[in-house]
Design a protein around this ligand. Structure first.
Ligand SMILES: *Cc1c(COP(=O)(O)O)cnc(C)c1O
Length: 464
């Protein structure tokens, strides 16, 4: 099992799983994909198995270079920290309609599922190589908390997360700032999320600095995160298919990592049916899949901020798949995108994508209505990201979709209490295991949006 870049022609350089995980982005700027899709043998026998066991099987298939027993050990440790024994439980909300709850991890969002595994894999890979790494990330909300929770206390990794001061919710901030491990640095940047992202970009562009602190990333293009996410498509599809109709998924989508993980599970032999891309008002993917024109617009702020994107970084992986691995096509389309321009999908690519994917976009009103409707019908409270998914699921049913349909519940409603309360009149509370969060002492450095100042803080962290 070797990996190649989406921008490299056949016969080019290949990489191991560990190189792919630690590297993030391919050296030519493309994204890593396996040379061929590994199959899960005896897939039906995995039905009803514990989540950590299935996760380890999926990981092994993609990472044969890990030492024996490591996949099991890492998965067991990662998922022991979840607040639910099923890790990713299914909840029925209609005759053949289900929610897959992915928010039982330490920071109440689905990113924990991948980060908890990735942190442990990073630690072991770096220790084996005798290396240390300083992970730097910018966050507008969920990613930073999940990364800090996953990397805090590790010895080969330092982690610095930049958030825009006063511009993220208190719950989101506290998931990061109440962590006291010495390898964690929280920086509240006096500026916007764009300033934070620009600072991270500038740090990576500074070659000398990058080497000096051994800079690394754990962002959503990291292949190991996608592999980790494929596991819950395997467990849930096996539960619901039971030898019958394949299971379709409705996925609240931002950077296209989560829904691509559904395709990975399908390629490995799990009974996955249609993959439905659900977007909020930032609907570039819905427009691209419907019209073939992939055209960026400005980002609109919505009640589902983790899906507020201009372009989806993992979409490149689907372009590679849909063009039969034609790297020249991918390079041409990405060159258009880098120039800030739109691009057209060929008729052949569109029809390939349409065989497996559909899409729907939800307006702000539709999101609020979805939160209200499910609460009235079932008593369940869902968050705005999940509501984007349920809106799309209802549309898909109206368009005639049959068979079991699972909507991914990507965040706990208590992470977005204001939006939930505005739509439903009900203010969701945090699960009891997080009782201490709102009273715990916070620790962060407030710094100006100045590259030199932030670099000095990261240097100090790297030297700890
Ligand atoms: C990150 C995130 C998403 C979007 O996932 P992608 O993999 O970026 O498509 C959806 N919902 C929540 C709550 C998230 O944090």
């Amino acid at each position: 099992m070797r990996y190649r870049s989406t921008r490299a022609d056949p016969g080019g350089r290949t990489f191991s799983f560990t190189e792919v995980m630690l590297g993030g982005l391919a050296p030519d700027g493309g994204l890593f994909l396996p040379e061929s899709w590994p199959q899960l043998d005896d897939v039906e026998a995995l039905a009803g198995k514990p989540f950590a066991e299935v996760s380890a099987r999926v990981l092994q298939a993609f990472a044969p270079d890990l030492p024996g027993g490591e996949a099991e050990a890492v998965a067991q440790a990662a998922y022991a920290r979840f607040g639910h024994p099923a890790v990713a439980p299914l909840v029925q909300h209609g005759a053949d309609d289900f929610l897959l709850e992915l928010f039982h991890g330490p920071t109440l969002a689905f990113k924990d599922v991948a980060m908890q595994l990735l942190g442990r894999l990073f630690e072991r890979a770096l220790e084996r190589a005798g290396r240390r790494m300083t992970i730097v990330a910018a966050t507008s909300g969920d990613t930073g908390g999940a990364a800090i929770e996953a990397l805090a206390g590790l010895s080969a990794v330092r982690v610095c997360v930049l958030h825009p001061k006063g511009r993220i919710s208190e719950v989101q901030r506290r998931f990061m700032t109440t962590v006291t491990a010495p390898n964690v640095l929280n920086v509240a940047v006096e500026g916007t999320f764009d300033d934070c992202q620009a600072l991270v970009k500038a740090m990576f562009a500074d070659d000398a600095f990058r080497d000096e602190v051994s800079l690394g990333a754990v962002n959503s293009i990291n292949w190991a995160r996608i592999v980790a996410q494929a596991a819950y498509y395997v467990t849930s599809s096996l539960h619901l298919a039971r030898g019958g109709a394949p299971v379709s998924y409705c996925v609240p989508t931002g950077n296209f990592g989560d829904v691509f993980a559904g395709l990975v599970a399908k390629r490995m032999g799990a009974p996955v049916g249609r993959l439905i891309v659900a977007t909020n008002e930032n609907d570039i993917l819905d427009r691209a899949l419907r019209t073939g024109l992939h055209e960026p617009k400005g980002v609109a702020a919505t009640t589902s901020p983790s899906m507020d994107i201009q372009v989806s970084s993992n979409f490149e992986r689907l372009l590679f798949e849909a063009s039969d691995g034609d790297a020249a096509t991918v390079r041409a389309l990405m060159a258009h995108q880098a120039g800030g321009r739109g691009f057209d999908l060929s008729a052949a690519m569109r029809s390939r994508i349409g065989e497996e994917f559909s899409s729907y976009a939800a307006s702000g009103e539709a999101v609020d209505a979805a939160m209200r409707d499910v609460r009235e019908a079932t008593g369940m409270t869902i968050d705005p990201h999940t509501a984007v998914g349920l809106h799309a699921a209802a549309q898909a049913r109206e368009d005639g979709l049959e068979g079991p349909l699972v909507t991914l519940a990507t965040a706990h409603p208590a992470k977005f209490p204001d939006a939930v309360e505005a739509a439903t009149g009900y203010r969701p509370g945090l699960p009891p295991r997080l009782d201490g969060l709102m009273g715990a002492k916070e620790r962060y450095d407030a710094l100006p949006a100045d590259l030199g100042v932030v670099q000095n803080a990261v240097r100090e962290l790297a030297g700890r």
